[in-house]
Design a protein around this ligand. Structure first.
Ligand SMILES: *Cc1c(COP(=O)(O)O)cnc(C)c1O
Length: 361
């Protein structure tokens, strides 16, 4: 442990200590191969086992049915803002987006290059402080898909419900919530997530896509951006991000050993619940996000005085509580408390908040 800090960064973010330990231990000699995963052919038997185990364990954790592919890709969640419309706008060329933050807005704007995109609902007028309520009748029935951003990393909001889209497939950016709670994969046509929030180092993107959603890309879609290339190549059409997949696999094993997503969700609800309860009861801090829409992963709060916020972040850093500054677009504070943030880290943060409040009220 030594001088490790409590890192509240929104991403890249903390990884479980036992996974870092394992990776460090195996870095010179993975499983008797005499080399590390970083140096190993992705076509080797040893690596095949790593990627197959990772996929199987992710399927177990998220209860992913057999009629879905699991892909390990590169390009971040951002490349999915392009790949989703490039692949899925094959029928009517229409898609409906709900805009609940900067990432959702980027996804919608990118999609508009490829088809007829309608923003069905947005909470921009409130600086994205809540999740709009929508129902099936709000969507175009001939849309090729509906897109939502399940957890809004910057604003600290999260869907308290999965929108009913009727027969239209639902697509979600799950980057900052994947594996933090149980999510019913069957409600979605496609789920994507950059790994660096809750799974692995940056450089890996997980895509979970229903099999019937793949294969409809127009002929002029670049081969690398067609999901079919990657489903047919079992995520190994070209060299995959092998190291990230290995670390992701170790994280999956840890989560299964710890009792799966039911346990993880219970722990995350407890961590976030304690923090929000403290904020609610305090005189100095407030959380801008609507209460029922509050994120379990990114807890956004302010004192109301930008200069005091800055001092909070600086003094917290002195105590080994780092990266508590809000996103550069909104300021204030943000505590990202992903799976790997121990309960102790949250308790230390609350203790610091109390001390800071006592000194500054
Ligand atoms: C971080 C984040 C992104 C961007 O991810 P990259 O992997 O850097 O492209 C997109 N969406 C959400 C919700 C995020 O939190």
């Amino acid at each position: 442990m030594g001088n490790r800090v409590y890192n509240f960064s929104a991403g890249p973010s903390m990884l479980p200590l036992e996974v870092i330990d394992t990776a460090a231990r195996e870095i010179l000699d993975f499983d008797g191969s005499g080399m590390s995963i970083m140096e190993m052919s992705h076509r080797s038997k040893t690596f095949s086992r790593v990627i197959e185990d990772a996929e199987r364990n992710l399927r177990t954790l998220m209860d992913i049915p057999d009629d879905y592919y699991v892909l390990f890709l590169q390009g971040g969640a951002t490349l999915q803002f392009s790949m989703v419309p490039m692949n899925l706008l094959g029928k009517s060329g229409k898609a409906d987006y709900i805009v609940t933050g900067a990432w959702a807005d980027k996804a919608a704007k990118e999609a508009a290059k490829f088809g007829d995109i309608r923003v069905v609902a947005s909470s921009k007028e409130s600086n994205y402080a809540y999740i709009p309520k929508v129902e099936a009748a709000d969507f175009r029935s001939d849309a090729d898909y509906v897109h939502i951003t399940y957890n809004n990393t910057i604003y600290g909001t999260r869907y308290p419900y999965i929108p009913d889209t009727g027969d239209v497939p639902l697509v979600t950016d799950l980057s900052s919530a994947i594996l933090s709670e149980r999510v019913d994969v069957r409600r979605f046509g496609l789920i994507y997530a950059g790994a660096q929030k809750n799974i692995a180092p940056a450089g890996l993107t997980v895509v979970i896509v229903r099999k019937d959603m793949v294969g409809g890309a127009p002929a002029n879609v670049p081969v690398y951006l067609d999901y079919k290339t990657h489903t047919e190549g079992a995520s190994m059409y070209n060299t995959p991000p092998a190291w990230c997949i290995y670390v992701a696999g170790e994280v999956f094993k840890t989560l299964i050993k710890d009792g799966g997503l039911e346990t993880v969700e219970r722990r995350n609800r407890a961590k976030a619940g304690r923090l929000y309860a403290y904020i609610e009861g305090s005189k100095l801090y407030s959380a801008p996000a609507a209460e029922i829409d509050r994120s379990l992963m990114n807890v956004v709060f302010v004192t109301g005085d930008p200069a005091l916020d800055k001092r909070f972040v600086a003094e917290a850093r002195e105590e080994g509580l780092v990266e508590l500054g809000g996103h550069r677009s909104i300021g204030g504070m943000r505590a990202s408390i992903y799976n790997a943030m121990p309960e102790e880290g949250v308790d230390k943060l609350i203790a610091f908040m109390k001390k800071f409040e006592d000194a500054n009220l």
